[in-house]
Design a protein around this ligand. Structure first.
Ligand SMILES: Cc1cc2nc3c(=O)[nH]c(=O)nc-3n(C[C@H](O)[C@H](O)[C@H](O)COP(=O)(O)O)c2cc1C
Length: 189
């Protein structure tokens, strides 16, 4: 099983990075072949709604997202980890998600060629917010849940955690275990 980890925080070694590492460790322990992509280190522009991908299935913007599209298609499982910025996902994660547009045709159906690879693909989500109330991240969960329902993907258990200072989540054994279990179960499920 190929497991792709997508980090939406620009803070290396930060809270969502720590939890993503936990999830990937769980996936690897379960026999998964893991890879991590740090979005802030990639050049990913916003979707232009130019509609060129509607026919071709290939994004017209020639940046790092083209390679990531291929990696998403090849992966069995894609686990995202992202902090809350102003009650929403980070700009890095939003630009990445908007570029999923390339998977769809003009009628917002998955391109025929991609259907076998996308249908049932397992999607993981981890959120971190500074607010002690983890439901502050619910808008991000809603976005991923709707995207998965719309696209016929399988959203796995969502891990929502709270931490503010860089690396603070390392002390939260419960959140780390939940993230590890998410990764492990994503492969064994
Ligand atoms: C620009 C910015 C906006 C933020 N907005 C929120 C917010 O709306 N709600 C919240 O609970 N935390 C907010 N935070 C706090 C982060 O979610 C928190 O520090 C988180 O642990 C960062 O995760 P990271 O270490 O993975 O980058 C914000 C942080 C930044 C830098």
């Amino acid at each position: 099983m190929k497991v792709l980890g997508i980090l939406g925080s620009p803070r290396a070694g930060g809270n969502s990075d720590i939890l993503l590492e936990q999830a990937l460790a769980g996936a690897e322990d379960a026999g998964g072949e893991i890879e991590k992509i740090v979005l802030s280190k990639k050049k990913i522009s916003g979707c232009l709604n130019c509609e060129k991908c509607n026919d071709t299935g290939v994004c017209a913007i020639k940046d790092d997202m083209l390679e990531i599209h291929k990696k998403i298609l090849e992966a069995d499982i894609v686990i995202h980890s992202v902090p809350v910025y102003f009650w929403a996902m980070t700009s890095q994660m939003k630009a990445y998600l908007d570029r999923w547009c390339a998977f769809f045709d003009a009628g917002w159906r998955l391109h025929k060629a991609y259907r076998p690879k996308m249908k049932g693909k397992r999607i993981g989500l981890i959120t971190v917010c500074g607010d002690p109330n983890v439901s502050t991240a619910d808008p991000i969960v809603h976005s991923f849940k709707s995207t998965c329902q719309f696209s016929g993907l399988t959203l796995l258990d969502v891990v929502q955690a709270s931490a503010a200072a860089k690396g603070e989540i390392a002390n939260n054994e419960v959140a780390k275990k939940k993230a590890y279990d998410l990764g492990r179960k994503s492969v064994t499920k």
